[in-house]
Ligand binder design. Sequence first.
Ligand SMILES: *Cc1c(COP(=O)(O)O)cnc(C)c1O
Length: 464
Amino acid sequence: MSLPKDGLPAEQVLDEIRALRTADHPTHGGRLFAYVYDPGLDGLDDLAMAAYALSAHVNGLDPTAFPSLLAMENALVGAAAGLLGGGPATVGNVTSGGTESLMLAVKAARDAHPEIERPRLVAPVTAHAAFAKAAHYLGVALDLVPVSASALRPAPEDVAAAIGSDTVLVACSAPSYAHGVVDPVAGIAAVAAAAGVRCHVDACFGGWTLPYLRRLGVQVPPFDLSVPGVTSISVDLHKYAYTPKGVSVLLHRDAELRRPQYFAYAGWPGYTMVNPVISSTRSGGPIAAAYAVLRHLGDSGYLALTAKTLEAVRELAAAVSRVDGLRLVAAPESTVVCFTADLFDVFVLADELAARGWHTQPQFAYADVPASIHLSVTASVAPRVAEFGPDLAAAAEAARAAGPVALPEVSLDVPLPELLGALGFGDGIPERMAPVNALLNAVPPDVREALLVDFLGYLQRPAL
Ligand SMILES: *Cc1c(COP(=O)(O)O)cnc(C)c1O
């Protein structure tokens, strides 16, 4: 846009944003199973936004200038350490999200070994894509450990076999994002320790629910800093701690392990820069909002929210099992329900669910793991969950009647606007995504990456 010549009234610009927001998926109401984490509690947003506003202009660049932020960050780290088996030596930092937490775990591991010229990271293929991003950004080679389609978690022996003399870090998930499966952390950490290699547990998704699920009687294997050999762990507060976006915690077993996470630079005429995280200037807003949400909900609040979530997970899984032709990809161990369709097209099913107001996350096939529908289940789903079963059955019936979607007959070699037109993107995102998903599912991963990069690049252009 060009700036308006004279500024507009506050209410008018807020109206503009409200109008833009009507195109978005609903962030509240328990019918969106990805991207947002909604506790379904009245008033919590207002509290978080009030706290955010109090600290939005505070800068985390220098904790000595703004001790309030240091105090709140240390409080969040302490709460995470308390939940995740930390001890007196545990240290940590607040980062902007799971991706940054994982990047910093990889950076710390890499920089702890300046003598290793070509550092390598060992991770199961089910580990979050952010590890691949970290490896790419940091010049670390990625050694992926395969999983079977039935287990969806690596065997510790296979992890051991992938560790070499240049390995600086072994990663695992508690649980994996795609299927909600908890890796055998104790076995993996043991083989890493035996090789003298760091072990990071990515508990970005489940770190705030697994401890409560255990207290609710769910069998949760040991996965946190109480496990010997685990050297760091990450948990996203902007997921199941239900804080506004922009808050994750990275914990290290001790300060020595954390030290190479820092970046310091005194070789310029300005202030000496010392950063624990990727950003330098960072807003106090997300940290203050998270502090307020954690203090307001408290331990009993999270236990109650996890109990509601567990109830919703069980009902959703039961609803899937009741429909002929649908199958859980993994028995739910955490707060993910992931299912596939054996007798009809899973992408058509996703469209049919969307037509009934349920927004799910389709996942493409990978090796012999089938394409699936992913549900990240939050507490807000519980009051709506009884409506899901009948809608799922009806959506499955419709998908069965429609038959498998035909692959669109398009050439991928035409200019992107032409391809998008052929795929029905003339007036924005098409209502039916199954043909596009079928195409993306059919092409090799590198082609899919290139197509989607071009697509995002096409969307992300300046508005005039
Ligand atoms: C969400 C997630 C991440 C990435 O976190 P962002 O906050 O999206 O950067 C990493 N690992 C797991 C297991 C996750 O669920």
